[in-house]
Design a protein around this ligand. Structure first.
Ligand SMILES: NC(=O)c1ccc[n+]([C@@H]2O[C@H](COP(=O)([O-])OP(=O)(O)OC[C@H]3O[C@@H](n4cnc5c(N)ncnc54)[C@H](OP(=O)(O)O)[C@@H]3O)[C@@H](O)[C@H]2O)c1
Length: 251
């Protein structure tokens, strides 16, 4: 897949899936802008990629002013976007009874409100024929304990993405969804204690829940994002692509 001189914006591109996708696009010749809230993580990502085709922008996706700043950065670049990868996200594990208002708001503000208003602000800056990819999750259609709010944010994203596919089709802008299962990224370590995260990772790594008996890699997800962003998928829009080692088969 050739992305020579294409312009790509990735929200949440500092670690995990976003970082692997940034690397993959740059390897294929794209100019990539990544966002993140954590300045240290942005600097680490920039040092790791170490390529002039990468730009970093500090932007808290839950903050509408920051989304406005991101929009200004795109306008000042004088370029239209060929690919918008709406990927920033967080998860918190808690039963319905124990979920705090703060964690409810955090997940909805980042995973739903942030992605929605980033899309809204970027629509005028998308090339006709551009590709938008949303990161959902295998949990969006599952009923796992302790993931009610997170799963609901991802269900909301699925719906927003499909409506966006309908609304943007007249400009030949395709909008698709990736739906990863368990992927080996830092997300679990941010969602629970270090011991719990390790136990959960080990459960996945030994094939728990996953028919292909391994945890996915961020690079495997990145390949799917590139496919949905390339002309090889030119007749695909409004679709959800599972990258889950067959996890959904076990529901
Ligand atoms: N890993 C999995 O098993 C899995 C499965 C299904 C779906 N997903 C989804 O995949 C996406 C990426 O997650 P990941 O697994 O790659 O985890 P990750 O390594 O923790 O990456 C999350 C990314 O989102 C960014 N982010 C978080 N809060 C933000 C905010 N307020 N403003 C801007 N950026 C923010 C992080 O940036 P900072 O450096 O600023 O924190 C980071 O770049 C998420 O939407 C997640 O829900 C993951």
């Amino acid at each position: 897949m050739n992305f020579n001189n294409k312009n790509v914006l990735i929200t949440g591109g500092t670690t995990g899936i976003g970082l692997a996708t940034a690397k993959a696009f740059i390897q294929q010749g794209a100019h990539v802008m990544i966002t993140g809230k954590n300045v240290d993580n942005l600097q680490k990502a920039a040092a790791e990629i170490n390529d002039i085709k990468l730009k970093t922008v500090v932007s808290d996706t839950a903050n509408l002013t920051d989304i406005g700043t991101l929009e200004k950065t795109i306008v000042q670049s004088g370029k239209k976007l060929d690919v918008l990868f709406l990927n920033a996200g967080v998860s918190k594990f808690a039963t319905i009874e124990s979920t705090s208002v703060a964690d409810f708001d955090l997940q909805f503000n980042i995973n739903v409100k942030g992605l929605f208003f980033t899309l809204q602000k970027m629509i005028p800056h998308l090339q006709d024929g551009a590709s938008v990819v949303f990161t959902s999750s295998a949990t969006s259609t599952a009923s796992h304990s302790q993931l009610s709010v997170y799963s609901a944010t991802k269900s909301a994203i699925d719906t927003i993405a499909r409506v966006a596919a309908t609304e943007l089709a007249e400009r030949n802008i395709r909008v698709n969804i990736i739906s990863p299962g368990p992927i080996d990224t830092p997300i679990l370590g941010k969602a629970m204690s270090a011991d719990e995260a390790k136990a959960t990772q080990d459960f996945y790594k030994t094939g728990g829940l996953i028919p292909l008996k391994k945890i996915g890699t961020p690079e495997e997800v990145a390949e799917a994002v590139l496919f949905l962003s390339a002309t090889t998928s030119s007749f695909i829009t409004g679709a959800s692509l599972s990258i889950d080692g067959g996890t959904a088969l076990r529901r």
